[in-house]
Design a protein around this ligand. Structure first.
Ligand code: UGA
Ligand code: MN
Length: 367
């Protein structure tokens, strides 16, 4: 009896091993064909990583799915004179229409207005150039490029969308096509809602190939909220991050910059439409070894840039049918133009509340 049991156990073990090995070969066969199919489906060569196969979508869509339009540009240094002794900073900022966009643009432009030789490349996630964005850019009097490049439709249904990728790619193409090669230039991807210490911009100018530095307020709640290269004896030897996710370069979008000459020497460089992996795959395609990454911010000992977020609210409605002979008429036009409200012709409940006699305003108690 025990002999029979032993045989049974051995037989089932053998069967189990057989099944396992077959599943493995078929899984790896699937991986191989998927990667092969994907490689042939993407336009330019992008380093494929094994994780993307779970996603079913390619890192890049067909070229016909990418739309980019040039809205306007002014490359005159009006607010601050051009400094020939300093490298140019190409600040590529993805942006999109929402209620708080105007606030982010005011805040970010007023940071950039303190910095010499900035060319602000603002690329909208839209197929149309927004008159609001254009009017603001004209007012700031700094060199700017206004582009649009919407997220390709195929990525819009994803749970985690590759936000800002189309914009950054459009910005990169503009830099590569328009940078004056006799000058030194640096590219930095700066989201419109982050907070930037002015020191970071002076640091960026040092970038010879690819520079890296810490970014604050990233990661999940309860984490230390910092991502940073690990630096030893002046060299990058690793990374600290709350979310490694099999990334080769766990770097945040705001945590690195690229020298334009170096970028131009890497025609394969390409940012993928893959949420969470944009930076990693992009740096991989820059074909740079860890030891060549240049640590900034005093050998990565200082946080000089943070993720911040303005509270987002549903755009309210406003109506104004009376007192059209006062400032309110133009003021309402302004808040509607700035995207803070939408105009409502119908509902009286959206009528702007007014009070004309200070002594009687207390009757409008909201208590
Ligand atoms: C983080 C990263 O810092 C971003 O660089 C990255 O694009 C993003 O995650 C992502 O992978 O989705 P986070 O603060 O979570 O940033 O995202 P947002 O600030 O909402 O968006 C990043 C940038 O993309 C902003 O400049 C924003 O204006 C722009 N964006 C956002 C669009 O262009 N379209 C959108 O639908 C949403
Ligand atoms: Mn953000």
């Amino acid at each position: 009896m025990p002999k029979c049991f032993a045989w049974l156990i051995m037989l089932s073990l053998f069967l189990l091993l057989l099944i396992l090995s077959q599943t493995q070969t078929s899984t790896s066969a699937v991986i191989q064909t998927t990667i092969k199919n994907m490689k042939s489906s993407i336009q330019s060569k992008v380093l494929e990583t094994k994780l993307n196969i779970h996603r079913k979508l390619p890192l890049l869509p067909d070229k016909s799915e990418i739309f980019t339009d040039f809205c306007n540009a002014s490359l005159e240094y009006k607010a601050r004179p051009y400094r020939p002794d300093l490298p140019i900073l190409y600040i590529i900022t993805p942006t999109y229409t929402r209620r708080e966009q105007v606030v982010e643009m005011v805040r970010m432009s007023h940071t950039l207005l303190h910095v010499d030789n900035v060319v602000w490349i603002l690329a909208e996630d839209s197929d149309k150039c927004s008159p609001l964005v254009e009017s603001m850019l004209q007012r700031f009097k700094m060199p700017y490029v206004h582009l649009v490049s919407p997220m390709p439709a195929m990525y819009k249904t994803e749970k985690y969308k590759p936000r800002g990728v189309a914009s950054r790619r459009a910005g990169l193409n503009w830099v590569l096509a328009n940078h004056d090669k006799s000058k030194k230039g640096i590219v930095y991807f700066a989201d419109d809602d982050n907070t930037y210490d002015l020191k970071i911009f002076e640091e960026l100018r040092k970038t010879q190939r690819v520079s890296v530095f810490p970014v604050g307020f990233v990661g999940s709640k309860g984490s230390p909220g910092i991502t940073s290269p690990i630096v030893k004896n002046g060299k990058v030897v690793g990374f600290s991050d709350d979310w490694f996710a099999s990334r080769m370069f766990p770097v945040d979008m705001a945590g690195f910059a690229i020298n334009v000459e170096f970028l131009a020497s890497r025609p394969e460089a390409s940012m993928p439409f893959w949420a969470g992996y944009e930076e990693d795959v992009f740096i991989q395609t820059l074909d740079i070894k860890l030891e060549y990454l240049e640590p900034l911010a005093n050998d990565c000992t200082e946080v000089l840039v943070w993720h911040t977020k303005t509270v987002s609210e549903k755009t309210p409605k406003v109506r104004l049918t009376e007192h059209l002979d006062t400032n309110l008429k133009s003021l309402v036009q302004d808040i509607v133009f700035k995207g803070m409200d939408t105009y409502d012709k119908k509902l009286s409940k959206n009528e702007l509340k007014v009070c004309f006699d200070a002594n009687r305003c207390d009757k409008y108690s909201n208590l």
